[in-house]
Design a protein around this ligand. Structure first.
Ligand SMILES: C[S@@+](CC[C@H](N)C(=O)[O-])C[C@H]1O[C@@H](n2cnc3c(N)ncnc32)[C@H](O)[C@@H]1O
Length: 377
């Protein structure tokens, strides 16, 4: 696919994207990230670049839908590889409709709607005239200080605009340090005369990706990054002495995170956990099913659990039943649960999770084909 036009082109293996699309056929195959993303690393405005799921709209700024030209609108950056799921969340199909427009890995709509498969929501997005690099940078600076470029096309030009803006730190985040509070806007170049910018984004991290200073030595699996991210976004950590349940804990990444915070952890999995994690003084490991534990019995009769964490490989509907029992019994304060999504049939369950008062469902940048439900109070 050539940059900008978004048309299929030859792949290194000789097969064109068009042939491959035809051969793969099934819709879910298109969720593979190779078709949906690829904005990064595309330094040039002319060489072969990302292969988007839909060809980039070739509209000049004047021909944009009226709702994009005349008023503020909402942008959603699709979770990496999950543009079809985002479109399903929005209840729209195809690259363009009366109420949506796909632009690379972004979807624009006139109003904000509740969605799950997004990495960053751009609120109050606007089309701004940007006939030169200097004018683009000035237009952004006039709105606020911090901007992050999200190039879909004209990547080199977008980088030149960013160079003229105050530097935004993209340093890796240290777990335990609060998430940044300074507003971070996002922009993308629509064409050589206009850009789309949103001063307010749902994530304080660039493109909604939380890159951590990782611990590659102590953590028993990379799953710990999900819990690090969830706790960072929730702005809360288990405190020393608090009681945590970790259901589906093997090989021990989440248990290691909770115990490293100084909390007491009852760690349950049908499979054995790493010995050195089970040996941590804060950890009590039980081999068995996370569904077997009755609310009110963990930590002794009447003890209230402070955190119920579940990364169990299980059907979301079954997890909802478990969570509902714990909520009804008022037996736990905070919840962080991974929803392992199987497909379309989970949509109603995901909505039911999101409808639990005070909670939210989101796609963490360290989630794969899964979402995270959090209730932190
Ligand atoms: C993605 S892994 C969890 C990774 C873990 N959070 C970590 O940080 O290392 C999913 C786990 O769920 C466990 N599991 C599946 N069904 C379970 C059940 N009914 N009860 C307890 N654990 C279960 C599996 O044995 C598996 O270890």
């Amino acid at each position: 696919m050539t940059r900008g036009g978004g048309r299929p082109g030859p792949r290194p293996g000789g097969e064109s994207d068009a042939r491959r699309h035809e051969r793969l056929g099934a819709r879910e195959r298109y969720t593979r990230r190779e078709f949906v993303h690829g904005g990064e690393g595309s330094a040039s405005d002319s060489d072969a670049g990302p292969r988007w799921l839909f060809p980039l709209p070739e509209l000049s700024a004047e021909k944009l839908p009226e709702w994009m030209r005349d008023a503020a609108f909402t942008g959603y950056l699709a979770a990496r590889g999950f543009l079809p799921e985002l479109l399903a969340d929005l209840g729209v199909a195809g690259g363009q409709g009366p109420e949506h427009l796909v632009f690379g890995d972004m979807v624009f709509t006139p109003e904000e709607r509740p969605v799950f498969w997004t990495q960053n929501v751009w609120r109050g997005a606007r089309l701004l005239p940007a006939p030169s690099i200097g004018q683009a940078a000035r237009a952004l600076r006039d709105v606020q200080r911090n901007w992050w470029p999200h190039p879909v096309r004209l990547a080199r030009r977008a980088a030149l605009v960013a160079e003229k803006l105050p530097k935004v730190s993209a340093r890796e985040h240290v777990f335990g340090v609060p998430a940044p509070v300074a507003p971070l806007g996002s922009f993308t170049l629509w064409d050589e005369t206009a850009l789309i910018a949103a001063a307010e984004c749902s994530s304080p991290f660039p493109d909604g990706h939380v890159r951590f200073v990782e611990d590659r030595i102590s953590a028993p699996s990379r799953a710990y990054l999900k819990l690090w991210e969830a706790l960072t976004l929730a702005g809360a950590l288990p405190r020393p002495g608090e009681l945590c349940l970790d259901l589906g804990s093997c090989p021990g990444g989440w248990t290691w995170v909770l115990a490293s915070c100084g909390a007491r952890v009852l760690s349950i999995d049908r499979a054995p956990i790493e010995e050195r994690i089970a040996a941590m003084p804060e950890v009590e490991y039980c081999q068995g099913s996370g569904f077997g534990l009755e609310p009110g019995l963990a930590g002794g009769p009447g003890a209230r659990v402070d955190w119920l964490c579940s990364d169990m490989a299980c059907y979301p509907a079954r997890l909802l039943e478990l969570v509902t029992r714990w909520l009804d019994a008022d037996a736990c304060r905070n919840f962080v649960c991974t929803l392992k999504c199987q497909g379309e049939e989970d949509r109603a369950t995901i909505r039911a999770f999101a409808a639990i008062p005070g909670s939210r469902v989101l796609h963490l940048s360290h989630n794969k084909h899964e979402l995270t439900w959090m209730l932190v109070r």
